[in-house]
Design a binder for this molecule. Structure first.
Ligand code: NZQ
Ligand code: ZN
Length: 386
């Protein structure tokens, strides 16, 4: 196990009724806040009323940035920064999924930065200060409620890029699984694929000595496999929603990656799909992951796939290579079983931009992945996925 610095400062209020902690704790950070949310799901579900009641009760004055897109755009970030400046706001409160929270994080950085917020997306070290960020989570997926990352797109330039650092970690997050009861089937499935992908990115590492972290990962994967089908069949099953929600945070908050040299591979590829085609992040991951696994499986990486097959899927029969292949097959079958596609064509992606996407994914991180992948490797994986 390698050295690491543990730092997960976000406070979590988890469970039913925890919204009661919102107003009084936000007030300690500022009495002037920007409320950031998406296209209206929080109004339909009634959460908007609960949140604003909390703000009113605590005497917090607020402005709103609504309509944040899934795959949030830099234009929304700029709008939020402007509102913060105009009204002298001192905190940013996101209510929603990863998109609202990611947007809020860069708004928080942008409000303390003199130049254009896009600079902060292109270079995370330029975030040297940020307004405090708080979140109320409504979708189990990205883990943004407990990590530093924010992924912002400039679709005009076909760029989708992750940023964030210590300053963008939420100060606290409210995680009430009941707020995810209204998440539609498709988003529940896509969110699960995202949680699993974060876990895979941390799990498939060359580090053999981080035994505990590998078992954490397997626990998260098994939790997703157990509960995603339940949540889809019974959207108001609290136990299923709660387990998925906590898995999402644990998959990416550092616990699974501390002590290892993790280097992500499938995310850099998927971000290019979203940048060019604006598809749902988790859907892109579900398509690419089994092809990536097939591509990187070889004599050197075999041990990790065998561990995966045995500990996650309970496959013990056959040669090591057979166990590994069976585990990959099970992965694809699982994604299909929760309604996720397995080819790019199904989401409207053809050969047109493969070359460009492969080039950018290689520049964006795959060259340093579990198995380093250059442009040609990525292109082959994308072709396999067509
Ligand atoms: O916009 P509204 O109306 O709220 O509807 C949203 C949106 O349409 C809806 N939704 C959310 N909660 C709901 C709900 N509908 C009904 N009931 C609820 N309780 O779901 C749709 C998707 O929401 P979004 O926030 O976009 O989803 P998600 O949480 O999956 O976030 C995706 C974004 O996060 C980025 C992705 O790339 C993508 O841009 N990521 C962020 C990461 C991070 N911060 O660490 C890491 C991830 O790898 C990922 O890249
Ligand atoms: Zn992700």
């Amino acid at each position: 196990m390698q050295n690491f610095y543990y730092n997960i400062p976000t406070q979590i209020y988890f469970g039913k009724g925890q919204i009661e902690n919102l107003g009084k704790n936000l007030k300690k950070l500022s009495d002037r806040a920007l409320l950031v949310y998406g296209g209206g799901s929080i109004k339909k579900s009634g959460l908007y009323d609960k949140v604003t009641e909390q703000l009113e009760k605590a005497g917090i004055v607020w402005q709103e940035l609504s309509g944040v897109e899934p795959n949030p755009r830099i234009e929304s970030v700029r709008k939020g920064v402007e509102i913060c400046r105009e009204h002298g706001l001192g905190a940013v409160l996101a209510v929603g999924g990863g998109s609202a929270i990611d947007c809020a994080k860069v708004v928080a950085g942008g409000a303390c930065y003199d130049g254009d917020s896009w600079d902060l997306v292109m270079d995370r070290t330029k975030i040297t200060k940020a307004l405090p960020v708080v979140s109320v989570l409504t979708l189990a997926a990205t883990g943004s409620e407990m990590d530093e990352y924010a992924v912002i797109s400039d679709l005009g330039k076909n760029i989708k890029k992750g940023t964030g650092n210590e300053f963008t970690k939420p100060v606290f997050s409210i995680m009430d699984p009941e707020y995810t009861f209204s998440v539609p089937e498709k988003q529940t499935a896509a969110g699960t694929a995202d949680i699993m992908s974060h876990t895979f990115e941390n799990y498939f590492t060359e580090e053999k000595g981080a035994y505990l972290q590998a078992r954490f990962c397997e626990g998260i994967l098994k939790t997703c496999i157990q509960y995603a089908p339940v949540a889809m069949k019974e959207p108001e099953n609290y136990e299923a929603r709660a387990n998925l929600m906590w898995s999402a945070s644990m998959a990416i908050n550092g616990l699974c990656s501390y002590g290892e040299n993790t280097a992500w591979s499938v995310h850099p590829m998927e971000h290019e799909l979203s940048a060019f085609y604006d598809i749902t992040h988790g859907v892109g991951l579900a398509i690419l992951t089994p092809y990536w696994m097939e591509y990187v499986l070889n004599e050197t990486t075999l041990w990790k796939f065998v561990e995966y097959g045995k500990n996650v899927w309970g496959i013990f029969d056959g040669t090591d290579m057979e166990i590994a292949r069976e585990a990959i097959l099970k992965t694809r079958e699982f994604f299909n079983s929760i309604g996720l596609p397995s080819t790019l064509r199904e989401v409207g992606i053809d050969k047109t931009h493969l070359d460009e996407m492969a080039q950018k994914a290689a520049e964006g991180g795959t060259q340093k992945g579990f198995m380093p992948l250059d442009k040609e490797d990525v292109k082959k994986i994308l072709e396999m996925a067509l």
